[in-house]
Design a protein around this ligand. Structure first.
Ligand SMILES: *[C@@H]1O[C@H](CO)[C@@H](O)[C@H](O)[C@H]1NC(C)=O
Ligand SMILES: *[C@@H]1O[C@H](CO)[C@@H](O)[C@H](O)[C@H]1NC(C)=O
Ligand SMILES: *[C@@H]1O[C@H](CO)[C@@H](O)[C@H](O)[C@H]1NC(C)=O
Length: 275
């Protein structure tokens, strides 16, 4: 009799523990995918990012936040910055649906850029749609962020904006992989060798300013390089990247942030033959 009761108790404790455990696992998964989102109405929306974690306070208190509007009147045209010094090479990459965007990551980096004497290694890229930066108030359909890191942990982002038109060849190259991960979050798929030189920039002109990451923790002192030429992408390519965003807003672009007397430069080569 006593033995049966003990067995029963044991069974029920085990059962309850199991239920609790599976509930925990479930909420953690949701947490991971939706620690923040782009829904302005939501408790985890952009207006609240700075309150969600102490480490994310820059999202509301920072004075050098991104993105910004690149208003041509405010931009100072310079030639001293020089051509963007890039030294990329092909390298093994993975792709992952992070729930708020799709990220392509190079396992061992894929070369570097040099800005003001500092090397920044290319670590990953991801897309925002519509674009986060605007030019004279105009927002475009897509923005690519190539994220680089220096040995001391400083970040430099090279951004390219796209409007609807001819297909982007880099996206065409990885279309099958994109389709394969749209419904899978938090799982990395090995892409294989990907050459960042295949990402077309097509212009030497670029904007330069000091800003922040556009997602939490909104870390500042990020060196931004935004290619002046707006390139093209098809609607279908934008759609493939967009379905990754698992919230109602169907957008993963942060709203414009105050410039606060920051300088924005536009690099233009001295020789007008060069574009
Ligand atoms: C690019 O950076 C490397 C390393 O700092 C430097 O040796 C090279 O001269 C730079 N190239 C140009 C065109 O500035
Ligand atoms: C790329 O990395 C993955 C995961 O580490 C590995 O399984 C694969 O063999 C690598 N591919 C190449 C071509 O190095
Ligand atoms: C470039 O680097 C030098 C030396 O590290 C530094 O003094 C200067 O402020 C930097 N310039 C810019 C525009 O960051």
């Amino acid at each position: 009799m006593e033995k049966r009761l003990a067995t029963k108790i044991l069974f029920w404790s085990f059962f309850i523990a199991l239920v609790q455990f599976s509930c925990q696992v479930k909420s953690q998964e949701v947490e991971d995918e939706r620690e923040f989102n782009y829904d302005e109405e939501s408790e985890k929306g952009p207006a609240r990012w700075g309150d969600l974690h102490r480490e994310w306070s820059m999202c509301k208190n920072g004075q050098m936040q991104s993105p910004i509007d690149l208003l041509n009147e405010r931009v100072e045209i310079v030639s001293h910055l020089g051509r963007l010094n890039r030294s990329y090479h092909s390298s093994n990459a993975t792709i992952k649906n992070r729930g708020h965007d799709i990220m392509l990551k190079w396992i061992d980096g894929a070369g570097y850029i040099v800005v003001n004497g500092t090397q920044y290694v290319l670590k990953q890229l991801h897309w925002h749609s519509p674009s986060e930066h605007t030019i004279n108030g105009r927002r475009f359909n897509l923005e690519l962020h190539m994220v680089h890191e220096s040995p001391t942990g400083q970040t430099a982002v090279v951004a390219i904006m796209y409007k609807i038109g001819r297909p982007d060849s880099f996206l065409s190259m990885i279309t099958n992989h994109l389709a394969a991960i749209t419904d899978i979050t938090e799982k990395e798929i090995v892409l294989g060798i990907i050459d960042p030189k295949q990402i077309n920039i097509g212009s030497r002109k670029y904007y330069r300013y000091i800003g922040s990451l556009t997602i939490p923790p909104c870390t500042q002192n990020v060196v931004w390089t935004i290619v002046r030429k707006v390139r093209t992408v098809t609607r279908e390519q934008v759609r493939l990247l967009r379905v990754a965003v698992h919230d109602e807003s169907n957008s993963n672009a942060r709203s414009l942030q105050p410039i606060n007397r920051r300088k924005v430069h536009l690099y233009r080569p001295e020789d007008p033959q060069q574009n």
